[in-house]
Ligand binder design. Structure first.
Ligand SMILES: [Fe+2]
Length: 341
């Protein structure tokens, strides 16, 4: 089914309604060069116009959307386009502005930004809801208060994060407030430990997910030693450890690639860990599925830190237990707090 089909336009319209698009609003749809996103851009254009908004598409040739080289986007070096986009209330991002200075500049100007790069079949299953927003915000209120996060697993994970130095990334799947970024479909939250305040061991177990440029389910465990906010050792006898080590530059080449990045947990009850092999998928099923702990490595600029590196790994883990101070939030991969379970 095309991203500009009647069914797709209906979906984009429901998503734009959640983003508070209506008469008097201006929606800019940012599309990459080439054919890949043209149908989606036209579909969003039709949906925004149907809702009574003004809308236009900006097509920009530039770096191909991919997961290597985060931070360089088709807006890099095009200040005149950035100025144009600042006039929009909502920017639908089909080019992946994530981790870029340009995106932060647009948010600072008050633009709402909605990233939408997952294939249509995944998004049709995962249209977010106000109920998802409520649960994610309830979890964020707990995370906001916590001074410490402790994560364990039977596989051997035992790691502590000092909290309170970074804001919280709240992804409920729609951009409905000025300056807000979100990612359709969303359904998780995250923050960073303090720069030197993450210590312990993370063991990636069978079934955990390495969101490398090609998604990979871990088969053979990988042990990560973490000292003062950095992974210092990666150990494992299987192919998975080989892949991870091949992805990363050496610690001498790029120390920040080995930094611990965001940490949080998934709350999306519709997302499915096992849903894989949809062509072009970005991995939001795996990032957001209910009860996962999403560990990650690499940059922290998105939440205001200074660690810059193009090497970013999201690593959703199953069957973990998680405590915020003395309050247990997850028990072996199950959310146990009634307000957001
Ligand atoms: Fe990430």
């Amino acid at each position: 089914m095309s991203d500009a089909s009647i069914e797709a336009v209906q979906l984009w319209r429901e998503e734009l309604k959640l983003c508070k698009v209506g008469p008097g609003q201006t929606v800019a749809i940012l599309a990459p060069g080439g054919d890949a996103m043209q149908d989606r851009a036209q579909g969003f254009l039709a949906a925004a116009l149907e809702l009574g908004a003004d809308a236009y598409v900006v097509t920009l040739p530039g770096p191909r959307m991919e997961l290597y080289g985060l931070g360089s986007t088709p807006l890099t070096g095009r200040p005149q386009v950035i100025e144009l986009l600042k006039g929009a209330d909502l920017i639908v991002d089909l080019v992946l502005l994530l981790f870029s200075k340009e995106q932060l500049e647009l948010q600072a100007a008050g633009c709402r930004v909605l990233l939408c790069v997952e294939p249509l079949p995944i998004l049709q299953r995962l249209l977010p809801t106000p109920e998802l927003k409520e649960r994610v915000l309830a979890a964020a209120a707990d995370l906001e208060k916590a001074k410490r996060m402790h994560i364990t697993s039977d596989a051997g994970t035992d790691v502590e994060f000092e909290l309170g130095h970074y804001p919280i990334l709240v992804e409920y799947g729609f951009a409905d407030e000025p300056g807000r970024w979100d990612h359709f479909p969303g359904g998780f939250l995250a923050t960073h430990g303090s720069d030197d305040g993450v210590n312990g061991t993370v063991v990636l177990d069978t079934g955990d997910v390495l969101l490398l440029p090609q998604m990979r389910y871990v088969e053979d465990p990988i042990g990560l030693t973490i000292e003062n906010g950095y992974v210092t050792k990666i150990e494992g006898k299987g192919l998975d450890a080989v892949f991870m080590l091949d992805f990363l530059p050496s610690q001498d080449e790029d120390r920040e690639a080995w930094a611990v990045s965001h940490i949080g947990w998934g709350l999306n009850r519709e997302a499915r860990w096992s849903m894989h092999n949809v062509p072009g998928e970005f991995g939001m099923n795996q990032r957001a599925f209910w009860g996962n702990v999403q560990f990650s490595t690499g940059p922290n600029t998105e939440l205001g830190g200074t660690r810059e590196t193009p090497y970013h790994l999201d690593i959703p883990m199953r069957n973990c237990s998680l405590w915020l101070d003395d309050k247990q939030v997850l028990d072996k991969g199950k959310v146990v707090v009634p307000e957001y379970a």
